[in-house]
Design a protein around this ligand. Sequence first.
Ligand code: FES
Ligand SMILES: [Fe+2]
Length: 347
Amino acid sequence: MTNPAGSPQHFLPASAYGSAATAQQERERYAPRFWHPVTTVDALPSGHGLALEIQGLPVLLTLSGDTPTAFINRCPHRGVALLAANSQAQACRRLVCPYHGWTYNLQGELLAAARENDFLAPFDRRQWPLQPLACRVLANLIWVAIGADPLPLEHQLDLVLEEAGDLLHQPRVLLARQSLRLACNWKIAHDNTLDDYHVAIAHPTTLHREQGPVRHYRHALSRHGSLLATPYPSGGEFLTFGLAPWTHLLFWPDGRMAVISFPPLDLQHCRMEVWLLGDPSLRSGAEAWLQEVLRFLEEDRQLVESAQIGYASGLVPGPPHRLEQRLLQHQALYAELMGFSAPELQP
Ligand code: FES
Ligand SMILES: [Fe+2]
């Protein structure tokens, strides 16, 4: 396995997992560099809006025609959300602010303001559009960037574009989703999902059965991502991509796909988001598939919540194993973007 990111030979020190200053820096320097998968394409029908939140930023997605648009979900007049956050997209022809009634089209242009002739200064609607955010569609997902200068999405997904081939472009719909709060720093949960050293030990009857014997593991690393590919019993490979900022994309050779991500909540908590996608004909088996995935994720939950206590108690992390290279790759990218100098990476 190559090591293009120049991964260090040590894990990040425990201090990086428990410092409020580091968490603040993650919000300023790390999260804004990346694209965040916010929903699946099929969850936003044309003529609909969907309100959600990315790292505390209120976001509004709309679709009129084919291309989704993202805005900050914030009326430029006095800051109120145009649409209330909801797990479902809502049908809307116009966006009407519930505070003073400013009305926008789904492209974010102001169409009308109440009592428009009575503003204290001359009023020009064209000066008050909703603030757009970069938004793309790729691999059945809608991606939004919250920073002014994100990496090109193709760079963030470099390894996926290189390795997933036709699997990337299959038609899929959202079949099931689950969201859980984990009592650990997001990096402990992300590390764990990049960790190929633990699977045979910690998931002997669940994930290990899916990924098969360790001797058949194939790894690949790129500047922004990592891959574990394992032969699938019925042919092809099961692909597990680890991606910044805290995202994993899993592809089964039969066309199924999963998104697992760990957005931070606070220093000691993150959310675990699981989305399962596949052909619409798989709907009847979706609940069973979700339960199967949740079985190994529950095994992981117990481990990461335990590791959180260990890290918080003053751990000096031990030596990395060859099967923890994906984890080191991510930590090196993280440290680089965070501006950590080399000594800070030493235990
Ligand atoms: S805050 Fe939206 S119209 Fe006033
Ligand atoms: Fe695991």
